[in-house]
Write a protein that binds this ligand. Structure first.
Ligand SMILES: [Zn+2]
Length: 265
C-alpha cells in the first residue's frame, strides 16, 4: 500500500484497540488515545524507510535519506545471509528486514527503552519522529507542497504539547506499566502495532510481505505471506483509495467515539 493508506490503517488500528479496551472496561485516558494514534500512524509508515527512492526517505531531509541508504544496505546483507537455498540473491533490501514482525518488536523495544532511560527527552524525540512521519503519511505528496521546515515545526510543537499533557498525573504516562521507572514503556505498543499493520497492508498487495522471517514456510525464510493471489492488488490501486481508506476512516471514527467514551461502552 502507499503512505496515506498505511498511516490511516495505523491510526484506525490504535483507535480500534482503544475501543476494544474501553468495551472491556479498561478505557485508555484520552492522551493515550491521542498519542497512541499519532505514534501508530507514524510507525505504520516507517517500514518503508528501507529504500532511498521512497517518498518517505525525505521526511527528515538528508538525515533520513542517508538513514534509508544504511537500512537498505543492512536489509540486503541480512536478506542474503539468511536466505534459504531456493531463494534468489537480492540486490536491494526493500520489503525484507523492516517488513518482518521481528523488526517491529525490535524497534518498539528500542523506543520503549529510550523512553524509560531518557524520560521526557526520550518521549519528545519519539513523538517528534512519529508525528512528522504521520503528517508525511497522511498528507503524502501534499506535505511536499508546503515546506519540510513547516512539517518539522508542527511535529516539534505537537511533541512538546503532548509530552506536557502526558506528564500530568492521571493522563497516562504510566498506562499499562505502572511500576517505578516504567512510565512511558507503553509507547512501544503503538509503535509495534503500527509496523505490524503496515506488514499486513503490504501482504494484501501483489508482492506479499515476509512477516514471519526467519521462520521457514515452504522452504523459504523470506516467504512473502499474503492473501490468496486472486484477492491481491497492486500498491496504489483503486481499491486502496476507494475501499480500504474509507473503511479505515469509518473504523477509526467509530473507534475514537467508543475509545473516548462518547458513545457505548
Ligand atoms: Zn512496505
Amino acid at each position: 500500500m502507499m503512505g496515506p493508506a498505511h498511516s490511516l490503517s495505523g491510526a484506525a488500528a490504535w483507535l480500534g484497540l482503544g475501543a476494544a479496551v474501553a468495551v472491556a472496561g479498561h478505557p485508555m485516558p484520552w492522551p493515550v488515545v491521542v498519542v497512541g494514534t499519532l505514534l501508530c500512524a507514524g510507525a505504520a509508515l516507517a517500514p518503508d524507510l528501507d529504500q532511498k527512492s521512497a517518498t518517505i526517505s525525505r521526511a527528515f531531509g538528508p538525515l533520513s535519506h542517508a538513514l534509508c541508504g544504511v537500512i537498505d544496505k543492512l536489509s540486503t546483507v541480512v536478506y542474503n545471509s539468511t536466505r534459504s537455498r531456493g531463494e534468489r540473491r537480492g540486490s536491494g533490501g526493500h520489503r525484507t528486514l523492516t517488513h518482518s514482525s521481528r523488526w517491529a518488536l525490535l524497534i518498539a523495544d528500542g523506543f520503549s527503552t529510550a523512553a524509560a532511560i531518557w524520560d521526557r527527552w526520550g518521549v519528545l524525540v519519539i513523538l517528534f519522529i512519529h508525528v512528522v512521519l504521520a503528517v508525511e503519511g497522511l498528507l503524502w505528496r501534499m506535505a511536499r507542497v508546503s515546506s519540510d521546515v513547516l512539517v518539522w515545526l508542527l511535529g516539534a510543537a505537537c511533541a512538546w504539547i503532548l509530552a506536557g499533557v502526558l506528564e500530568e498525573p492521571g493522563n497516562g504516562a504510566d498506562w499499562l506499566f505502572s511500576g517505578a521507572g516504567q512510565e512511558y514503556l507503553w509507547l512501544g505498543v503503538p509503535i509495534a502495532l503500527g509496523a505490524l499493520v503496515h506488514n499486513i497492508g503490504d501482504a494484501l498487495t501483489i508482492s506479499g510481505c515476509p512477516i514471519l522471517w526467519p521462520i521457514p514456510i515452504a522452504g523459504k525464510r523470506w516467504y512473502p505471506l499474503g492473501t490468496p493471489r486472486f484477492m491481491r492488488f497492486r500498491a496504489g490501486a483503486r481499491v486502496e483509495n476507494a475501499v480500504l481508506m474509507p473503511a479505515f476512516m469509518v473504523v477509526g471514527g467509530a473507534g475514537s467515539l467508543v475509545a473516548l467514551g462518547l458513545i457505548g461502552a
